[in-house]
Write a protein that binds this ligand. Sequence first.
Ligand code: NAD
Length: 337
Amino acid sequence: MSREATLIPGDGIGPEITQATREVLAALGVAFDWDVQVAGMTAVERAGTPLPNATLDSLRRTRLALKGPLTTPVGNGYRSVNVALRQAFDLYANVRPARTIVPGGRYSGVDLVIIRENTEGLYVGLDHAFKVGDDPKAVVQAFSVMTREGCRRICRFAFEYARRHGRKQVTVVHKANILKATSGLFLETGREVAQAYAGQVACDEKIVDNAAMQLVLDPTQFDVIVTTNLFGDILSDEAAGLVGGLGLAPAANIGVDAAIFEPVHGSAPDIAGRGVANPSAQLLAAALLLDHAGEPEAARRLERAVETAIVQDNVRTRDLGGGASTAEFARAVTRRL
Ligand code: NAD
């Protein structure tokens, strides 16, 4: 039986890596009935809005999506569709695994997961400029809004994730020494939730600046990290860099009623349309989707096929120092499946 899911190929390299992913998933033998929808710049061009109602309706119905990267204008222009989707579907948990795949990099044996609160903090959109005299941006201000319930559910999610995935430790990353109310509430809640998992999952805590340095010194000391929105945004890109860059980093955005899976990287306009993008992050995002959809064996097969194509068969796209095209890499993964 095939399961219905929404597919948003996205902008820039999105359609290329999504096509490659569809071919690999077809070979994997897990049937999806993809409802293809647009968002981002492609949707502005076709439908006059970055997040059309048809896309929202599809997501409301399927509650499961694989999404390519979306271009977001910097400064002026429409607000991030990714942030809008997270808020519309209350996708409160952003899960980003960072695992060494390509040997010979700066670090080996990295296998950590960053769980970032995805809806609160500085991302609530209360970001204003005030005019003084004739300067429209003389004073600017942003509010960080966090709730006890928001802190509680992300901390519970992290400890529960650790327990279910056989992980040993959750590190609560905060800045409670300076942001005593907001980050203080997060730390207090993390400690409370940790008590319920005593004896099953260990809890550690680190101030964010130290956590950033410790990640660079020795990333293998981390297992699961749980943190607030902005810190998680920064640390998860840092972690992706420790294991070979954005081309290999997938992400899951999970809420109570829906889940959207995507590569961490953006739409890469510098290489779009040339057939050279690395589809691995999108393939690994599809593996996270399979896990979530109750197909863990297919997920592991897909992850292993990506890894073997890169490491043993040495089929690599340009970002990994090779010369394979997107389609050649997809064929190598399919052969391994
Ligand atoms: P980017 O991730 O698109 O690109 C950064 C660099 O990495 C570029 O040199 C690019 O060629 C390379 N790269 C990225 N993905 C690659 C892949 N799969 N294979 C090979 N090389 C790859 O970041 P950017 O240039 O800062 O952003 C471009 C656009 O993407 C912006 O509009 C940004 O807002 C958007 N963006 C979207 C998402 C998302 O939809 N989740 C995430 C990040 C950025």
